[in-house]
Design a protein around this ligand. Structure first.
Ligand SMILES: *Cc1c(COP(=O)(O)O)cnc(C)c1O
Length: 397
C-alpha cells in the first residue's frame, strides 16, 4: 500500500475469474421473480404458470442464440460446461461408434473434456492427445495431421482456462469439415471474452457455462448444429424428453433466465469490457515485472483471453505465496487439478518442469476488477514472494 494514500480498497481481492465470477446484479434482478412468483415448470402446458416459465426460457434461448450466431433450436440447456462437454463428446462419439473409431483432442483441455475422452478409450475408441506449440496453441495443421479415415470427432478448446491461450477454432473446424470429422469446442472461457459466431466459424458442437460470464452457477448450454451436417448425439440422460430429447429433466428456469440476461449484457458490453480488462491485465503484468525478479509468463501474450495472466516465479512455490498473500484470491494451476495437489497438466504439457509448474500463479481479471485492486495485488504478490524467497534462502553468515 502506498503510504499516504487513503485505504479504500475492500479486501479480500478476487482475481480468480477463471474459476468463477460474481453474478452481475442485473442478472440477479432478472432471476429474482422466477424463484418466487413465476415458479412454474416450463413443461406445464395446461396453465399460465407453465406458459410464463416456457416464455422466459424461450427468451433466454433466443438471447444466447443471437449472441453466438446460432438458431435458437440449436441451443440445448444443461447444468454447465462439464455436462455440455460430456454430452458433446460421449454423445457424438457413441452416435458414430464403429470398430477402431478415433477421436482427437489436445493435452491442454479441461478435465471435463479429458475425462470423457478417457472414458471413450475404455469403450474401445482410440484417442489422440495432441501436444500444443510452446505458446499452448493447438494448430489446424496438427489436427489435420492426426486425422485418419477412422476419425469421427475432434475437440479443441476455444480459450484455455489456465494460460488463456486462444486456439484457431475456425481453421480447425475447416480441416475437420473437409475430412468429414465433427468438431467440438469448449468455449466456457471464450464466451463473452472474444467474438464467437458458431456458424461463421463452422463449429458443430460448442459448450458454454453461465458462471464464467457473471451468470449463475449450475447452468450451461450446448450448441448442436442442426443443418449441414445435422449433428446426432446419443443422450446421457433419459426422462421426459426435454430439450429435443437430448437432455431430459425439468429445466432450471431461474438459472436459464440468468444465463439469458448474462448473454444480453455480454453482447452489449463485452467488447468494451474486454478492452478495459486487457489494459488492467497488462498493467498487472508490468507492475509484477517491475517488482518481482525472474518472472516469466506462460501462454501467448498476444493471442490470449483478455483477463488471463499466468506467471512462473522461480524460487517461490505458488502455494507458499498464496498462503502469505491471504487477502488475495488467485489460483495455483487450475482449481480442478489443484484439489489433487498435482502440478498443472497444462504447464507440464508446455514443457515446464514440475518445480516451475508448482511456482506458477494464475490471475483472472474480470468485470468488477479495478485498477486499485490490480495495483494492490502486484504489491502484495511482490511482498509475499520476497518473504517466501527469504525464508527459503540458505542462512547467511
Ligand atoms: C469452468 C470450465 C468448465 C466447467 O464448467 P462448469 O460450468 O463449471 O461445469 C469447462 N471447461 C472450461 C474451459 C472451463 O473453464
Amino acid at each position: 500500500m502506498t503510504p499516504g494514500r487513503p485505504e479504500t480498497l475492500k479486501r479480500p481481492v478476487y482475481l480468480d475469474y477463471h474459476a468463477t465470477t460474481p453474478v452481475d446484479p442485473r442478472v440477479f434482478e432478472a432471476m429474482r421473480p422466477y424463484f418466487t412468483e413465476h415458479f412454474g415448470n416450463a413443461a406445464s402446458a395446461s396453465h399460465v404458470f407453465g406458459w410464463r416459465a416456457e416464455a422466459a426460457v424461450t427468451k433466454a434461448r433466443e438471447a444466447l442464440a443471437a449472441f453466438v450466431g446460432a438458431n435458437p433450436r440449436e441451443i440445448i440447456f444443461t447444468s454447465g460446461a462439464t455436462e455440455s462437454n460430456n454430452l458433446a463428446i460421449l454423445g457424438a462419439a457413441r452416435a458414430r461408434s464403429a470398430p477402431g473409431a478415433h477421436v482427437i483432442t489436445s493435452a491442454l483441455e479441461h478435465r471435463a473434456v479429458l475425462d470423457p475422452c478417457r472414458r471413450l478409450e475404455t469403450e474401445g475408441f482410440a484417442v489422440t492427445y495432441l501436444k500444443p506449440d510452446p505458446h499452448g496453441v493447438t494448430t489446424a495443421a496438427a489436427v489435420a495431421a492426426a486425422i485418419t479415415p477412422l476419425t469421427v470427432l475432434a475437440s479443441v478448446m476455444a480459450a484455455n482456462n489456465e494460460i488463456g491461450t486462444l486456439n484457431p477454432v475456425g481453421e480447425i473446424a475447416r480441416v475437420c469439415k473437409e475430412r468429414g470429422v465433427l468438431f467440438h469446442t469448449d468455449a466456457a472461457q471464450a464466451l463473452g471474452k472474444i467474438p464467437l459466431d458458431v456458424h461463421a466459424l463452422g463449429l458443430d458442437l460448442v459448450s458454454f457455462s453461465a458462471h464464467k460470464l457473471c451468470g449463475p452457477k449450475g447452468v450451461g448450454a450446448l450448441f448442436v448444429r442442426a443443418v449441414n451436417p445435422r449433428v446426432r448425439l446419443v443422450p446421457l440422460v433419459f426422462g421426459g424428453g426435454h430439450e429435443r430429447g437430448l437432455r431430459s429433466g425439468t429445466l432450471d428456469v431461474t438459472g436459464i433466465v440468468g444465463f439469458g440476461a448474462a448473454a444480453e449484457i455480454a453482447r452489449a458490453e463485452g467488447e468494451a469490457e474486454a478492452r478495459r480488462v486487457f489494459a488492467l491485465r497488462d498493467r498487472l503484468w508490468e507492475r509484477l515485472l517491475a517488482r518481482v525478479e525472474g518472472l516469466s509468463r506462460n501462454g501467448s501474450p498476444s493471442v490470449c483471453h483478455p483477463g488471463n495472466l499466468n506467471v512462473t516465479i522461480p524460487g517461490a512455490p505458488a502455494d507458499a505465496v498464496i498462503v502469505e498473500a491471504r487477502d488475495l484470491a488467485v489460483s495455483s494451476g487450475s482449481a480442478c487439478t489443484s484439489a489433487e495437489a498435482e502440478p498443472s497438466h497444462v504447464l507440464l504439457a508446455l514443457g515446464r518442469s514440475r518445480a516451475e509448474a508448482e511456482a506458477s500463479i494464475r490471475f483472472g481479471l474480470g468485470r468488477f476488477t479495478t485498477e486499485e485492486e490490480v495495483d494492490w495485488a502486484a504489491d502484495e504478490v511482490a511482498r509475499a514472494v520476497a518473504k517466501v524467497r527469504m525464508e527459503r534462502a540458505p542462512p547467511l553468515r
